[in-house]
Design a protein around this ligand. Structure first.
Ligand SMILES: [Fe+2]
Ligand SMILES: [Fe+2]
Length: 190
């Protein structure tokens, strides 16, 4: 595949060369109790992001309903968004700065996959900045009880919808590189 075909926005999944141990540890095997604890923790973190994202999207869509009061979803949506942005940014920093360098040492052949995941982090980060800006605009309008709160909520809902497939793709693909790698080669230092 060309570099373009591997971009987070367009790729349908990963080529097998970037996830060399997935056939040995396929997704169906990840519920095994003997899966390395670091891999189990990784999956749990990712599921947390998926759950938070789904709830924010649900609230954003609720705001689209005719006659919906944007102030009704404001506290929960903004509370969730703040935690989500902070935790996901922190998660990516730890992955790119702490875990990926150790994985490179454990398995040099995984470099291409890790480079792609690092690139994904930059793409996702740009979306997090958009979410932050849209969330702030909604928060300020809602606090002021301004009529613009409804449009600001719709804008936030749009940004959430646009970002979701990218984050989902990144989480799935990262798991298919990292979880089998840890299962086969052992975990990095915490
Ligand atoms: Fe990541
Ligand atoms: Fe991750």
């Amino acid at each position: 595949m060309s570099d373009d075909a591997l971009s987070l926005e367009t790729r349908p999944d990963l080529p097998d060369a970037l996830r060399p141990w997935l056939s040995q540890w396929p997704r169906e095997s990840w519920t095994r109790p003997d899966l390395h604890p670091t891999a189990q923790f990784w999956l749990k973190m990712h599921d947390g992001f998926r759950i938070q994202q789904a709830e924010m999207r649900r609230l954003g869509e609720a705001g689209r309903a005719a006659g919906a009061d944007p102030l009704a979803v404001h506290p929960r949506l903004i509370g969730l968004l703040g935690g989500f942005l902070q935790h996901l940014d922190h998660h990516h920093r730890i992955e790119s700065g702490h875990y990926f360098p150790q994985f490179r040492a454990l398995a040099p052949g995984i470099e291409a996959g890790l480079a792609l995941l690092d690139q994904d982090h930059d793409v996702v980060h740009a979306r997090l900045e958009q979410l932050h800006a849209a969330g702030l605009a909604f928060h300020q309008a809602a606090q002021a009880r301004a009529p613009a709160a409804r449009d600001a909520l719709l804008r936030l809902a749009d940004v959430l919808e646009a970002a979701a497939p990218l984050l989902d793709r990144h989480l799935d693909d990262e798991e298919e590189i990292v979880i089998p790698l840890i299962a086969v080669r052992g975990g990095p230092a915490a």
